[in-house]
Write a protein that binds this ligand. Structure first.
Ligand code: AMP
Length: 279
């Protein structure tokens, strides 16, 4: 497995593959890899001639009071895990390489990025779209793989890729969970045993809402309340029922809906969601 730290080297490596007609899958990550990341890598390896994973803790997507400095970093272990999945190259520029002095150009999506996490984390999605655009320009992937865990991020990136003619196919894969339902996240490492127990309320809430929708409930307020009822102990940021494609809030569930949750367990902000079709 190759370790590549500079965009021009990354592009030369990938252009050689494209020249031979090899398709390229990209899995962007911030490292501290877990099964969620590895499920994306498995798909990227399977569905393409070659697969690249990027590992970059992106400073521009963290707010000034967020956890950029203490975000978990495990580079050596990450490389071993990626190699075991068949990843051919890791792209891991340092922050100075990604954002050279006097970097002053950003990519901003102006509709889907406004609600949910965009409301609570101003500037977050601008950081995400900027870094993903730069990763697409360096890696020139045929397909890029993202997790439904960050459903709003997937929607924003799909829109950006279309709007800016990246010609990259965006693939969204299901949420990988612990046996007890907690969605895997690099930030779960921050949780104390008590907080981890409280965090399970998110998944319980989503399951309760799913059952209600299956039974025919369509009133958004009722469905949202069912989630909140299971979330005692957590500080709720948002629980919203939205159209999964437009991310417009719904009063009545219809079509493909996204039930999105963000909440704090102690000092750790967690997100999770459920996507389902209602008729
Ligand atoms: P991150 O390293 O947190 O930026 O995540 C990198 C990619 O992995 C993103 O596309 C995430 O949506 C995805 N991801 C994170 N957690 C999970 C999970 N539990 N299941 C599936 N994908 C995930």
């Amino acid at each position: 497995m190759r370790l590549i730290e500079r965009p021009e080297e990354m592009r030369a490596w990938v252009m050689d593959r494209h020249g031979r007609g090899v398709t390229v899958g990209l899995v962007p990550t911030m490292g501290a890899l877990h099964e969620g990341h590895l499920s994306l890598m498995r798909a990227a390896v399977q569905e393409n001639g070659t697969a690249v994973a990027s590992i970059f803790v992106n400073p521009t997507q963290f707010g000034p009071d967020e956890d950029y400095e203490r975000y978990p970093r495990a580079f050596e272990a990450d490389c071993q895990k990626a190699e075991a999945e068949g990843i051919a190259a890791i792209y891991a520029p340092d922050a100075r390489t990604m954002y050279p002095l006097e970097h002053s150009t950003y990519v901003e999506e102006e509709a889907l990025s406004r609600g949910l996490c965009g409301r609570s984390r101003p500037g977050h999605f601008r950081g995400v779209t900027t870094v993903v655009a730069k990763l697409f320009n360096a890696v020139l992937p045929t397909r890029a793989y993202f997790g439904q865990k960050d459903a709003q991020q997937c929607a924003v990136i799909r829109r950006m890729a279309r709007d800016l003619d990246f010609g990259v196919e965006i693939i969204e894969l299901p949420i990988v969970r612990e046996a007890d339902g907690l969605a895997l996240s690099s930030r779960n490492q921050y949780l104390s045993p008590e907080e981890r127990q409280e965090a399970l309320g998110i998944h319980r809430g989503l399951r309760a809402a799913e059952a209600l929708l299956k039974e025919g409930a369509r009133d958004a307020a009722t469905v949202v309340q069912a989630v909140k009822d299971e979330m005692g102990g957590l500080r709720i940021d948002y629980v919203e029922l939205l159209d999964a494609h437009t991310l417009e809030p719904l009063a009545t569930a219809r079509g493909t809906v996204l039930l999105a949750v963000a909440a704090w367990a102690g000092g750790t902000r967690l997100i999770d969601n459920l996507k389902t079709q209602v008729i």
